[in-house]
Design a protein around this ligand. Sequence first.
Ligand code: PEP
Ligand code: MN
Length: 301
Amino acid sequence: MTTLMNPRWNGQFSRFDLVARSGAKTSDCGHSVVRVRDIEIGGDDFVVIAGPCAVESEDQLLRTAEAVAKAGARLLRGGAYKPRSSPYSFQGLGVEGLKILSKARDETSLGIVTEVMSEEDVGVIAEYADIMQVGTRSMENYALLQALGSCGRPVLLKRGMTATLEELLCSAQVVATAGNPDIILCERGIRTFETATRNTLDISAVPVLKTVSHLPVIVDPSHAAGVSALVPVLSRAAAVVGADGLLVEVHPHPDLALSDGEQSLTFRQFRDMMDDLDPYLALRQQARQLRPQLVAAGGHD
Ligand code: PEP
Ligand code: MN
Protein backbone atom coordinates (compact mmCIF):
# COMPACT_ATOMS: atom_id res chain seq x y z
CA MET A 1 0.00 0.00 0.00
CA THR A 2 1.39 3.41 -0.95
CA THR A 3 1.59 5.84 1.94
CA LEU A 4 1.16 9.37 0.69
CA MET A 5 1.16 10.98 4.09
CA ASN A 6 4.19 11.32 6.32
CA PRO A 7 4.16 8.11 8.40
CA ARG A 8 4.88 10.20 11.49
CA TRP A 9 1.27 11.35 11.30
CA ASN A 10 0.04 7.78 11.64
CA GLY A 11 -1.84 7.17 14.81
CA GLN A 12 -2.21 10.88 15.47
CA PHE A 13 -5.52 11.31 13.73
CA SER A 14 -7.39 10.45 16.88
CA ARG A 15 -5.90 13.50 18.57
CA PHE A 16 -6.95 15.81 15.74
CA ASP A 17 -10.33 14.13 15.62
CA LEU A 18 -10.94 15.31 19.16
CA VAL A 19 -11.79 18.64 17.60
CA ALA A 20 -14.54 16.89 15.67
CA ARG A 21 -15.83 15.21 18.77
CA SER A 22 -16.05 18.49 20.61
CA GLY A 23 -19.17 19.35 18.65
CA ALA A 24 -18.21 21.02 15.37
CA LYS A 25 -20.87 20.94 12.67
CA THR A 26 -19.59 18.80 9.82
CA SER A 27 -20.61 18.72 6.19
CA ASP A 28 -21.43 15.52 4.29
CA CYS A 29 -17.78 14.80 3.53
CA GLY A 30 -16.87 14.99 7.23
CA HIS A 31 -15.35 18.46 7.07
CA SER A 32 -16.32 21.13 9.55
CA VAL A 33 -18.14 24.14 8.25
CA VAL A 34 -17.78 27.38 10.17
CA ARG A 35 -20.87 29.57 9.78
CA VAL A 36 -20.66 33.33 10.16
CA ARG A 37 -23.76 35.39 9.34
CA ASP A 38 -24.87 33.84 6.03
CA ILE A 39 -21.35 32.71 5.10
CA GLU A 40 -20.07 29.13 5.23
CA ILE A 41 -16.33 28.58 5.48
CA GLY A 42 -15.23 25.03 4.76
CA GLY A 43 -18.16 24.23 2.47
CA ASP A 44 -18.38 24.54 -1.30
CA ASP A 45 -17.71 28.27 -1.49
CA PHE A 46 -14.25 29.80 -1.79
CA VAL A 47 -14.53 32.57 0.79
CA VAL A 48 -12.37 35.66 0.41
CA ILE A 49 -11.58 37.88 3.39
CA ALA A 50 -10.01 41.18 2.33
CA GLY A 51 -9.10 44.56 3.74
CA PRO A 52 -6.25 46.62 5.08
CA CYS A 53 -3.58 45.33 7.43
CA ALA A 54 -4.69 47.94 9.98
CA VAL A 55 -7.76 50.10 10.45
CA GLU A 56 -6.27 53.58 10.00
CA SER A 57 -9.33 55.82 9.62
CA GLU A 58 -13.04 55.65 8.91
CA ASP A 59 -12.56 56.89 5.38
CA GLN A 60 -9.82 54.34 4.61
CA LEU A 61 -11.84 51.43 5.98
CA LEU A 62 -15.25 52.31 4.55
CA ARG A 63 -13.84 52.87 1.08
CA THR A 64 -11.95 49.58 1.24
CA ALA A 65 -15.01 47.74 2.53
CA GLU A 66 -17.12 48.99 -0.36
CA ALA A 67 -14.45 48.11 -2.94
CA VAL A 68 -13.76 44.59 -1.67
CA ALA A 69 -17.47 43.81 -1.25
CA LYS A 70 -18.10 44.86 -4.85
CA ALA A 71 -15.26 42.62 -6.04
CA GLY A 72 -16.71 39.57 -4.26
CA ALA A 73 -15.13 39.45 -0.79
CA ARG A 74 -17.49 38.14 1.90
CA LEU A 75 -15.64 39.34 4.98
CA LEU A 76 -13.65 42.44 5.82
CA ARG A 77 -10.32 42.23 7.62
CA GLY A 78 -8.54 45.03 9.48
CA GLY A 79 -6.45 45.12 12.63
CA ALA A 80 -7.48 47.42 15.47
CA TYR A 81 -4.87 45.92 17.81
CA LYS A 82 -1.65 45.40 15.86
CA PRO A 83 1.27 43.17 16.83
CA ARG A 84 4.24 45.17 15.54
CA SER A 85 7.85 44.06 15.63
CA SER A 86 8.92 47.60 16.52
CA PRO A 87 7.42 49.55 19.44
CA TYR A 88 7.75 52.72 17.33
CA SER A 89 5.42 51.44 14.59
CA PHE A 90 1.68 52.20 14.44
CA GLN A 91 0.00 50.04 17.10
CA GLY A 92 -3.62 50.29 15.91
CA LEU A 93 -6.65 52.37 16.90
CA GLY A 94 -7.98 49.97 19.55
CA VAL A 95 -11.68 50.31 20.41
CA GLU A 96 -12.06 53.21 17.98
CA GLY A 97 -10.89 50.84 15.22
CA LEU A 98 -13.44 48.24 16.34
CA LYS A 99 -16.22 50.84 16.07
CA ILE A 100 -15.13 51.72 12.55
CA LEU A 101 -15.15 48.02 11.61
CA SER A 102 -18.65 47.68 12.97
CA LYS A 103 -19.81 50.69 10.95
CA ALA A 104 -18.31 49.09 7.81
CA ARG A 105 -20.30 45.92 8.53
CA ASP A 106 -23.51 47.95 8.85
CA GLU A 107 -22.87 49.67 5.54
CA THR A 108 -21.78 46.65 3.48
CA SER A 109 -23.02 43.57 5.39
CA LEU A 110 -19.52 42.11 5.18
CA GLY A 111 -18.54 40.01 8.20
CA ILE A 112 -15.68 41.38 10.31
CA VAL A 113 -12.35 39.64 11.02
CA THR A 114 -9.94 41.33 13.40
CA GLU A 115 -6.97 40.29 15.48
CA VAL A 116 -6.93 39.66 19.21
CA MET A 117 -3.52 39.71 20.88
CA SER A 118 -4.31 39.40 24.55
CA GLU A 119 -6.81 37.47 26.61
CA GLU A 120 -7.76 40.75 28.29
CA ASP A 121 -9.12 42.06 24.98
CA VAL A 122 -11.17 38.97 24.09
CA GLY A 123 -14.44 40.32 25.58
CA VAL A 124 -14.39 43.70 23.89
CA ILE A 125 -13.24 42.36 20.51
CA ALA A 126 -15.90 39.63 20.57
CA GLU A 127 -18.53 42.38 20.95
CA TYR A 128 -17.58 43.80 17.56
CA ALA A 129 -15.96 41.00 15.53
CA ASP A 130 -17.56 38.11 13.67
CA ILE A 131 -14.28 36.16 13.63
CA MET A 132 -11.40 36.48 16.09
CA GLN A 133 -8.00 36.34 14.36
CA VAL A 134 -5.03 34.88 16.23
CA GLY A 135 -1.82 36.12 14.61
CA THR A 136 1.33 34.19 13.84
CA ARG A 137 3.05 35.62 16.93
CA SER A 138 0.21 34.48 19.19
CA MET A 139 -0.28 30.89 18.00
CA GLU A 140 1.49 29.69 21.12
CA ASN A 141 -0.16 32.14 23.52
CA TYR A 142 -2.00 29.45 25.43
CA ALA A 143 -3.72 31.83 27.83
CA LEU A 144 -5.22 33.58 24.81
CA LEU A 145 -6.19 30.29 23.14
CA GLN A 146 -7.89 29.17 26.35
CA ALA A 147 -9.80 32.43 26.63
CA LEU A 148 -11.00 32.04 23.04
CA GLY A 149 -12.60 28.76 24.03
CA SER A 150 -15.52 30.66 25.52
CA CYS A 151 -15.57 33.82 23.36
CA GLY A 152 -18.67 32.78 21.40
CA ARG A 153 -17.04 33.62 18.04
CA PRO A 154 -15.19 31.50 15.50
CA VAL A 155 -11.39 31.69 15.64
CA LEU A 156 -9.11 32.22 12.65
CA LEU A 157 -5.88 30.60 13.80
CA LYS A 158 -2.77 31.62 11.88
CA ARG A 159 0.19 29.29 11.75
CA GLY A 160 3.15 30.43 13.84
CA MET A 161 5.96 31.52 11.55
CA THR A 162 8.20 28.78 12.94
CA ALA A 163 5.48 26.28 13.83
CA THR A 164 5.06 22.82 12.38
CA LEU A 165 1.62 21.75 11.20
CA GLU A 166 1.41 19.46 14.19
CA GLU A 167 1.99 22.43 16.50
CA LEU A 168 -0.66 24.41 14.63
CA LEU A 169 -3.12 21.56 15.11
CA CYS A 170 -2.23 21.31 18.78
CA SER A 171 -3.04 25.01 19.20
CA ALA A 172 -6.35 24.42 17.43
CA GLN A 173 -6.92 21.60 19.87
CA VAL A 174 -6.40 23.97 22.81
CA VAL A 175 -9.17 26.25 21.54
CA ALA A 176 -11.44 23.27 20.81
CA THR A 177 -10.99 21.57 24.15
CA ALA A 178 -11.55 24.94 25.86
CA GLY A 179 -15.03 24.81 24.34
CA ASN A 180 -14.87 26.37 20.89
CA PRO A 181 -14.97 24.00 17.89
CA ASP A 182 -15.37 26.82 15.33
CA ILE A 183 -11.80 27.11 14.11
CA ILE A 184 -10.39 28.09 10.72
CA LEU A 185 -6.71 27.33 10.08
CA CYS A 186 -4.60 29.80 8.10
CA GLU A 187 -1.33 29.13 6.28
CA ARG A 188 0.47 32.49 6.08
CA GLY A 189 4.01 31.49 5.20
CA ILE A 190 6.82 30.25 7.38
CA ARG A 191 10.39 31.42 8.03
CA THR A 192 12.97 29.64 5.93
CA PHE A 193 16.44 30.49 4.64
CA GLU A 194 14.82 32.11 1.59
CA THR A 195 14.93 35.91 1.54
CA ALA A 196 13.33 36.66 -1.85
CA THR A 197 9.91 36.59 -0.19
CA ARG A 198 8.94 37.79 3.29
CA ASN A 199 8.01 34.22 4.26
CA THR A 200 7.80 30.94 2.36
CA LEU A 201 4.25 29.92 1.51
CA ASP A 202 4.00 26.27 2.52
CA ILE A 203 1.45 25.34 -0.12
CA SER A 204 1.58 21.67 0.85
CA ALA A 205 0.16 22.68 4.22
CA VAL A 206 -3.24 22.97 2.55
CA PRO A 207 -3.70 19.38 1.29
CA VAL A 208 -2.00 17.99 4.39
CA LEU A 209 -4.24 19.92 6.79
CA LYS A 210 -7.31 19.17 4.68
CA THR A 211 -6.42 15.50 4.91
CA VAL A 212 -5.48 15.08 8.54
CA SER A 213 -7.97 17.51 10.00
CA HIS A 214 -11.58 18.36 9.26
CA LEU A 215 -11.10 22.09 9.82
CA PRO A 216 -11.43 24.74 7.12
CA VAL A 217 -8.05 25.91 5.79
CA ILE A 218 -7.46 29.30 4.21
CA VAL A 219 -4.32 30.90 2.77
CA ASP A 220 -2.90 34.37 3.41
CA PRO A 221 -0.77 35.10 0.34
CA SER A 222 -0.04 38.69 1.47
CA HIS A 223 2.06 37.90 4.54
CA ALA A 224 3.63 34.94 2.75
CA ALA A 225 4.82 36.98 -0.24
CA GLY A 226 5.51 40.34 1.37
CA VAL A 227 5.11 41.93 -2.07
CA SER A 228 1.83 42.64 -3.83
CA ALA A 229 2.99 41.39 -7.25
CA LEU A 230 3.07 37.79 -6.01
CA VAL A 231 -0.32 37.83 -4.28
CA PRO A 232 -2.55 36.97 -7.30
CA VAL A 233 -0.46 33.98 -8.38
CA LEU A 234 -0.24 32.60 -4.85
CA SER A 235 -4.00 33.02 -4.51
CA ARG A 236 -4.50 30.89 -7.61
CA ALA A 237 -2.18 28.27 -6.16
CA ALA A 238 -4.24 28.26 -2.96
CA ALA A 239 -7.42 27.65 -4.94
CA VAL A 240 -5.88 24.87 -7.00
CA VAL A 241 -4.66 22.93 -3.94
CA GLY A 242 -8.13 23.04 -2.42
CA ALA A 243 -8.06 25.87 0.12
CA ASP A 244 -11.37 27.07 1.55
CA GLY A 245 -10.55 30.71 0.98
CA LEU A 246 -8.10 33.57 1.24
CA LEU A 247 -7.10 36.36 3.60
CA VAL A 248 -5.79 39.23 1.45
CA GLU A 249 -4.54 42.71 2.29
CA VAL A 250 -6.06 45.56 0.27
CA HIS A 251 -5.53 49.31 0.77
CA PRO A 252 -6.79 52.41 -1.07
CA HIS A 253 -3.21 53.74 -1.30
CA PRO A 254 -0.72 50.98 -0.49
CA ASP A 255 2.22 53.40 -0.62
CA LEU A 256 0.64 55.46 2.18
CA ALA A 257 -0.35 52.48 4.36
CA LEU A 258 0.74 52.61 8.00
CA SER A 259 1.58 48.90 7.88
CA ASP A 260 2.25 46.26 5.24
CA GLY A 261 1.82 48.61 2.27
CA GLU A 262 4.30 46.69 0.08
CA GLN A 263 2.15 43.58 0.16
CA SER A 264 -1.24 45.30 -0.10
CA LEU A 265 -3.22 45.25 -3.34
CA THR A 266 -4.91 48.34 -4.74
CA PHE A 267 -8.67 48.12 -5.35
CA ARG A 268 -8.06 47.52 -9.01
CA GLN A 269 -5.45 44.82 -8.44
CA PHE A 270 -7.85 43.08 -6.05
CA ARG A 271 -10.73 43.26 -8.52
CA ASP A 272 -8.54 41.87 -11.31
CA MET A 273 -7.32 39.09 -9.06
CA MET A 274 -10.89 38.11 -8.17
CA ASP A 275 -11.98 38.21 -11.81
CA ASP A 276 -9.07 35.99 -12.85
CA LEU A 277 -9.67 33.34 -10.18
CA ASP A 278 -12.53 31.54 -11.92
CA PRO A 279 -10.63 28.87 -13.91
CA TYR A 280 -8.63 28.03 -10.79
CA LEU A 281 -11.78 27.63 -8.75
CA ALA A 282 -12.91 24.96 -11.20
CA LEU A 283 -9.66 23.07 -10.55
CA ARG A 284 -10.22 23.49 -6.81
CA GLN A 285 -13.12 21.07 -6.97
CA GLN A 286 -10.73 18.36 -8.17
CA ALA A 287 -8.26 19.04 -5.36
CA ARG A 288 -11.07 18.63 -2.87
CA GLN A 289 -11.62 15.05 -4.02
CA LEU A 290 -8.02 14.34 -2.94
CA ARG A 291 -8.70 13.89 0.73
CA PRO A 292 -10.34 10.48 0.53
CA GLN A 293 -7.52 9.27 -1.73
CA LEU A 294 -4.80 10.44 0.64
CA VAL A 295 -6.57 8.97 3.62
CA ALA A 296 -7.22 5.66 1.85
CA ALA A 297 -3.60 5.44 0.72
CA GLY A 298 -2.38 6.11 4.25
CA GLY A 299 -4.85 3.62 5.66
CA HIS A 300 -6.59 6.09 7.95
CA ASP A 301 -9.80 7.94 8.38
C1 PEP B 1 -2.07 40.46 9.81
O1 PEP B 1 -2.93 39.66 9.39
O2 PEP B 1 -2.05 41.67 9.54
C2 PEP B 1 -0.94 39.90 10.59
C3 PEP B 1 -0.28 40.63 11.49
O3 PEP B 1 -0.67 38.64 10.23
P1 PEP B 1 0.41 37.61 10.81
O4 PEP B 1 0.04 37.38 12.22
O5 PEP B 1 0.24 36.41 9.93
O6 PEP B 1 1.77 38.25 10.63
MN1 MN C 1 -0.49 42.77 7.91
